[in-house]
Design a protein around this ligand. Sequence first.
Ligand SMILES: [Zn+2]
Ligand SMILES: [Zn+2]
Ligand SMILES: [Zn+2]
Ligand SMILES: [Zn+2]
Length: 188
Amino acid sequence: MNTDNPGVPPLPEMAHKGPFECPFCYMIISATTTKAWKIHVLSDLRPYICLHPDCETPEQDYARRHEWIQHFKEYHWRTWTCPYGCEYPVPLESARSMEQHLRSSHKQSPVEAQALLTGQPKASDDRVQCPICQEWLNGLKSYGKHLGRHQVELALSHCRHWIMTKITMMHKPITLTTLRSLQKMSPF
Ligand SMILES: [Zn+2]
Ligand SMILES: [Zn+2]
Ligand SMILES: [Zn+2]
Ligand SMILES: [Zn+2]
């Protein structure tokens, strides 16, 4: 197994004989290298989710890292300063905190506050903390790489047992009992 990607399941043996049925999505796919197989498994697992505490779409999952980072850049890689010139020790990091500030300190209605909420983009090399291991990272790009790796590892370890059992079973006849227990374990 590739030690760079400890969580990626091995390429099924039958992959070398040509297109085969993927045990996760049941599509006929052709993946002859571990790399292609990993990309396919990840697109089935959709391991990326937005971990920003004020995310409005936290249940949205993403198959590709760049889609998830694009979302993060658009909605969270911003700071908000008060249009009435209030000073903060640090800029507010979410539209929601700014909305609360506008409503409580400036008596804005929700609709008025909404109009003032676009924020300003952060510099691409601003420091940001990993929400999983608390390490500080320089810029959005390292954030995506670093946190993306955590998420892939988590997604794969979460369903690793399930994946391994499935791959082993592709070479064996299946019994009703194992089928039932597999269905219970399925993360999909
Ligand atoms: Zn698949
Ligand atoms: Zn988000
Ligand atoms: Zn203010
Ligand atoms: Zn981390």
